[in-house]
Design a protein around this ligand. Structure first.
Ligand code: CTP
Ligand code: CA
Length: 227
């Protein structure tokens, strides 16, 4: 009863979230992707909606239902994700990059299905680096500091050192570190929040619980800013 009288922490806020993996085609039937399940991003979208936000979820290919009341834009490649984000980011109060965006795309993808050749030579794939979506959004941040940018990082080791360094490098106020590479596809997670004051650990819990804690932490930090 008391909770229902409380002001929802993201009431009136527009929040854009990327989630899931991207898929980078090699030919019409093959591609390169990663093990991101989208569960964490989708849980954050749900938690942000519960907290009163207007939520846009830009999603790579995942098999998850759209959280209730959330606007979802489906994309396949990192370039499509970048374009969808940049087309909608103006006016957002918060951007949360949860997607495991492919760092590289295949530049010589084939229009036709690749065939094996008699000499057994594999196809010579060439790669180019994808644009950094979070950095592109961070570059649009207004003088008044909007959107508030949140990044994610899955480091396999030295999370505390790498997390703080990555937050600085990305030039963002908040970075969320996943502990361990085994987080992909799991229902539970342990995360560390890095901000300008240092870092705080959120104890192992299911992803929706962590998502709600993260949303409440973001809400607190927004409260300290002016509209
Ligand atoms: N990210 C992004 N666009 C990319 C690559 C990453 O928006 N092309 C975002 C991710 O969604 C995440 C954050 O950047 O929020 C960190 O991703 P990560 O892979 O840890 O960092 P990179 O900058 O790609 O560095 P590296 O993989 O070399 O460690
Ligand atoms: Ca990367």
């Amino acid at each position: 009863l008391i909770a229902s009288f409380q002001q929802k922490v993201l009431a009136g806020r527009r929040v854009m979230i990327t989630a899931g993996p991207t898929f980078e085609p090699i030919d019409p039937v093959r591609g390169i992707t990663n093990l991101s399940s989208g569960k964490m991003g989708y849980a954050i979208a749900r938690a942000a909606r519960e907290a009163g936000a207007d939520v846009t979820l830009v999603s790579g290919p995942v098999s998850l239902p759209t959280p209730h009341g959330v606007r979802r834009i489906d994309v396949l490649t990192a370039q499509q994700m970048h374009d969808a984000v940049m087309a909608g980011v103006t006016g957002q109060h918060v951007f949360i990059g949860v997607a495991a965006v492919a760092d590289w795309r295949v530049v010589n993808a084939s229009d036709q299905k690749l065939k094996k050749t008699p000499d057994g030579a594999p196809p010579a794939l060439e790669f180019a680096q994808n644009a950094d979506i979070l950095a592109s959004v961070a570059a649009t941040v207004s003088l008044s500091g909007w959107p508030y940018c949140v990044g994610f990082a899955a480091e396999s080791e030295q999370l505390e050192a790498y997390g703080a360094a990555k937050r600085e490098k990305k030039g963002i106020p908040l970075l969320v570190g996943n502990i361990g590479p085994q987080t992909f596809g799991q229902d539970d997670n342990t995360i560390i929040l890095f901000d300008e004051h240092g870092h705080v650990l959120l104890e192992r819990a299911d992803k929706l619980t962590l998502a709600r804690q993260l949303v409440s932490e973001i809400g607190k930090r927004l409260e300290q800013r002016s509209l």
